[in-house]
Design a protein around this ligand. Structure first.
Ligand SMILES: Nc1ncnc2c1ncn2[C@@H]1O[C@H](COP(=O)(O)OP(=O)(O)OP(=O)(O)O)[C@@H](O)[C@H]1O
Ligand SMILES: [Mg+2]
Length: 605
């Protein structure tokens, strides 16, 4: 299943999504409650300034005296109390705001971290098929941005939603306190301002989905610029690569702009509605003051509240949109979580013995359930034997050996170690028993030593020295200034093909596993380095059960059994002597075409 083919139907199923993200929220519930609780006074305090304007204007400016529940508020008293009071309130609000921001950042980053760590754990255990199917760019951008959007914005949006809501509540209280008639007008304005929000939900979701897909394509293309830079230069693809990225970047631009086009008018519309409200309020207010139903202080306080109300109402709208996006992101995160490795690790047995007999029994396999790649493969290997697999390109040789460590599982038939299906072994113990040298070996960024010790991190210095010698690396390493601690550039690019291969062979040797799988790829090597690599391989193959995709004549000569694979089937099987004598046989043809000139070279050396 490909990631970008998943239909995100659950994006509006809020209950379901909250339930899924809840385990990450649960340990932080208390702190989240504090954060949200802090948001309440933070919002309510907005109303205080507006509230005190009434007594300030009526008493201090206009010189009235107010009897407030038995307390006589005189002009002198209020003139002294109100100004410093406002500063103190602002101070309190500032401290609360700081605490609130700190806490909510801490909480949301903690959630993001746990989600990312779990998600990576999930990804790193996924099977090869997932990595075949999904481009690196898409997975990377989903991994990097969705958990952030999901958790950070969730906490942030709820927090500001609460602040905005309580701020609005506080201000509405001030409105009602001053004049219910005017407040009535204000509330109607408020409702009108909310309507456009509801209309936009779906559009935002569609656009933000598309943006991730395009963003992923950009990352993929960028990765390819790195990996394929020589092909790009050699084939003069700079211009077309540039145009490809340019198109994608423009596409992101268009997507973003279409979102802005759809949502950008929201804020001006709300502003216009609000100013209409203020205009009406001024008109009605004027009438009320003229008929002595409203003091000037109340009116000033009212207008200030109404102006202050614009911000929380607007933020409320934005928060609701953000929360929509949060759910889209949560949904995408859990789409990724829902991928399960097709390779089930249910085996109870530990493979802690050396198999005497390995049998491939009538194996049928396809990568995508449409085209059958292996069409009934059967052969066996006894302990210590070398099985050479030969055949035309694309015949299925690499596929056969990839089934042994269960990078993929067979569709039919099975692989048996001493009559036990490999699926019955724990995946860990199975893979521990197999050393593998791939067609393209991957070196991690780090030193040569670190790359070799991947095979066995507990190896002793003695073992390491032995392996370096056996892999014919000792001579090369002694020429390096930092020796075995020399840094290997990303992907091993600073080393020659043969050097990389020998490091991979050393890695496989130090693992010291009883079964060896080799996807020989020596065409890139010259005769001299090929000989060195071959000696290294011979050392690796000693006393083990070896499955080797052979390109070298000597490997084939020395093999106990040669399997000729063509179009997903074994067409011939036997020793070199047996197969070469089949007139018009596949092996004989292959030998004449591929291997015979190697024989001449061998003779001449
Ligand atoms: N990851 C994959 N997903 C889908 N199809 C694949 C995958 N890997 C290989 N195939 C297909 O499976 C078939 C066998 O490929 P395989 O790599 O086993 O051939 P091979 O015999 O090793 O060839 P070569 O000698 O060129 O390495 C090919 O048709 C190939 O297109
Ligand atoms: Mg291959």
């Amino acid at each position: 299943m490909k990631l970008n083919e998943i239909k995100t139907n659950d994006a509006f199923n809020y209950g379901y999504l909250l339930k899924r993200i809840f385990p990450y929220i649960k340990p932080l519930l208390f702190r989240i409650a504090i954060t949200f609780a802090l948001a309440i006074p933070l919002g309510l305090l907005d109303g205080v300034t507006a509230f005190v304007l009434k007594p300030y204007i009526d008493v201090v400016v206009n010189g009235q005296t107010i009897d407030w529940h038995g307390y006589i508020l005189t002009r002198d008293l209020l003139a002294k109390i109100i100004p410093p009071g406002i500063v103190i309130f602002a101070g309190v609000q500032g401290i609360l705001r700081y605490l609130n921001t700190y806490l909510s950042d801490w909480i949301s980053l903690t959630i993001v971290n746990s989600v990312k760590i779990d998600l990576f754990k999930k990804l790193v255990y996924l099977d090869s098929k997932f990595y075949d199917d999904n481009s690196s760019g898409l997975v990377i951008s989903r991994f990097l941005s969705d958990p952030d959007n999901a958790s950070r914005s969730l906490i942030h949006s709820i927090k500001t939603l609460i602040t905005s809501f309580t701020s609005a509540l506080g201000l509405i209280f001030v409105l009602l306190y001053n004049s219910w008639e005017l407040a009535f007008v204000g509330v109607i304005v408020l409702i009108c301002a909310f309507v456009p929000m509801a209309l936009l939900r779906k559009k935002i979701k569609q656009v933000s989905n598309k943006t991730t897909v395009v963003g992923g394509n950009i990352t993929t293309s960028f990765n390819e610029t790195y990996k394929g830079n020589k092909v790009i230069s050699g084939y003069n693809l700079q211009e077309s690569t540039y145009i490809k990225i340019k198109t994608l970047i423009r596409e992101t631009f268009d997507l973003h702009m279409s979102l802005t086009k759809r949502t950008g008018w929201l804020s001006p519309i709300m502003y216009i509605i609000a100013s209409c409200g203020i205009a009406v309020v001024m008109f009605v207010g004027n009438e009320l003051i003229a008929t002595d139903r409203l003091t000037t202080g109340s009116f000033a306080s009212f207008i200030t509240s109404l102006l202050l109300l614009y911000k929380p109402v607007k933020t409320l709208g934005n928060d609701l949109t953000n929360i929509q996006n949060v759910f889209v992101a949560i949904n995408r995160v859990f789409d990724l979580f829902d991928f399960n490795s097709r390779i089930e690790d249910k085996g109870q047995k530990e493979l802690n013995f050396i198999p005497q007999n390995i049998e491939f029994k009538n194996i049928k396999f396809s990568y995508d359930n449409s085209k059958e790649i292996l069409k009934g493969i059967s052969f066996s290997a006894r302990r210590g034997q070398t099985i050479a697999i030969v055949g035309n390109s694309g015949g299925g040789k690499s596929t056969i050996v990839n089934l042994l460590p269960r990078f993929y599982d067979v569709n039919e038939g099975g692989i048996f170690f001493d009559c036990i299906n490999i699926k019955d072994f724990s995946l860990n113990s199975l893979r521990n028993s197999i050393s593998q040298v791939f067609q393209n070996n991957f070196l991690f960024s780090g030193t040569i030593k670190e790359n070799i010790l991947i095979g066995n991190k507990n190896a002793t210095q003695e073992e390491l020295d032995k392996v370096l010698k056996a892999a014919h690396l000792d001579e090369f390493i002694s020429t390096l200034k930092n020796g075995i601690d020399t840094d290997v550039a990303e992907n091993g690019v600073s080393l020659s093909g043969g050097q990389q291969q020998r490091i991979a062979i050393a890695r496989a040797m130090i693992k010291n596993a009883p079964i060896v799988v080799l996807d020989e790829a020596t065409s890139a090597l010259d005769n001299k380095s090929e000989k060195v690599v071959q000696k290294a391989l011979d050392n690796l193959m000693q006393d083990r059960t070896v499955f080797v995709i052979a390109h070298r004549l000597s490997t084939i000569f020395n093999a106990d059994k040669i399997i000729v694979v063509d179009n997903g089937q074994i067409v011939e099987m036997g020793t070199h002597e047996e197969l070469i004598n089949i007139s018009d046989g596949k092996y004989r043809n292959l030998y004449n075409m591929q291997f015979k000139n190697q024989e001449e070279i061998l003779e001449n050396v």
